[in-house]
Write a protein that binds this ligand. Structure first.
Ligand code: SAM
Length: 257
């Protein structure tokens, strides 16, 4: 298991072996249902994105997370959503989790056996949809959004990077909130990201400069912090290089003020 804390999100009577067995089953079903992501193939999905992010304390500076309204885009199996609710005490009414792939959300219910308890949080929706901002606002009945999370998502949607940062800025601006996440990065000194393909699918790998520029100049965020994370995955391989350049997870946080 990637992080011991993940076990605490499952029913207490389940042993680690049972959790791993169930995760393997869900991984197999995910691959069968066409979820072509490294996090699925490598089993890396059993981890809490928030805990890996060096900027997590920054989102609690203004008020406790419990009092904030949180959106997660590209939520995958929904592990962070369960962490917010079960470990950090965030109310279900304050969490909106979005993913374009129904199979991820459904397999998340399968993994945790908790559909009834959490399904009100999850929505099948694309961040590329024109009505994405109004959709999210509607889910919170017009109340302002404090935090938007996106763990390992931006690199999978090169076509929507600009739209996403603009939309997220619109969502968090009223509460002077933050946008926090991780994406695939390259440790190069260049202004432009690199574009590449993984198994025929378009990807984008940001540098620290390119993601900062995206968030500030395209999105409108005033302050941005970025930091590379150490890769902790056993499955590093050539398919994860952009033009033969090693990639690493790149954490970011962007502030309205
Ligand atoms: C690499 S996975 C990361 C999943 C999860 N956040 C995690 O850290 O394990 C990328 C996720 O983004 C989702 N995604 C891709 N395109 C999307 C879109 N247009 N709108 C919403 N979610 C999208 C995928 O379905 C997938 O769940």
């Amino acid at each position: 298991m990637q992080q011991p804390q993940v076990a605490s999100l499952f029913p207490p009577e389940w042993t680690n072996d049972e959790i791993l067995e169930r995760a393997k089953q869900v991984q197999k079903l995910g691959i069968e249902r066409g979820l072509q992501y490294r996090c699925v193939a490598s089993g890396e999905f059993l981890r809490i994105g928030l805990l890996q992010n060096p900027f997590r304390a920054d989102i609690m500076q203004k008020k406790p997370l419990k009092e904030q309204r949180i959106v997660e885009i590209g939520c995958g199996f929904g592990i962070d959503v369960r962490y917010l609710i079960r470990q950090l005490g965030v109310s279900k009414d304050h969490v909106v989790a979005i993913d374009v792939a129904p199979a991820f959300i459904e397999l998340g219910y399968e993994l945790f056996q908790d559909k009834e308890a959490v399904e009100s949080c999850f929505h099948v929706k694309s961040v590329g949809d024109e009505d994405f901002v109004s959709f999210v606002r509607d889910k919170f009945s017009g109340n302002p959004v404090d935090v938007v999370l996106a763990f390992q998502v931006l690199h999978t949607i090169p076509q929507y990077n600009e739209k996403v940062v603009k939309d997220v800025f619109q969502l968090v601006a009223p509460a002077k909130g933050v946008f926090m996440g991780t994406t695939i990065g390259i440790r190069e000194d260049r202004e432009e990201p690199r574009y590449f393909h993984r198994q025929g699918v378009a990807r984008i790998a940001h540098t620290q400069q390119s993601i900062t520029r995206l968030l500030k100049q395209v999105g409108g965020f005033h302050r941005v912090k970025t930091q590379f994370l150490e890769r902790n995955i056993a499955s590093d391989s050539k398919e994860w290089t952009a033009e033969n350049t090693e990639t690493s997870p790149l954490a970011f946080i962007a502030f309205v003020e």
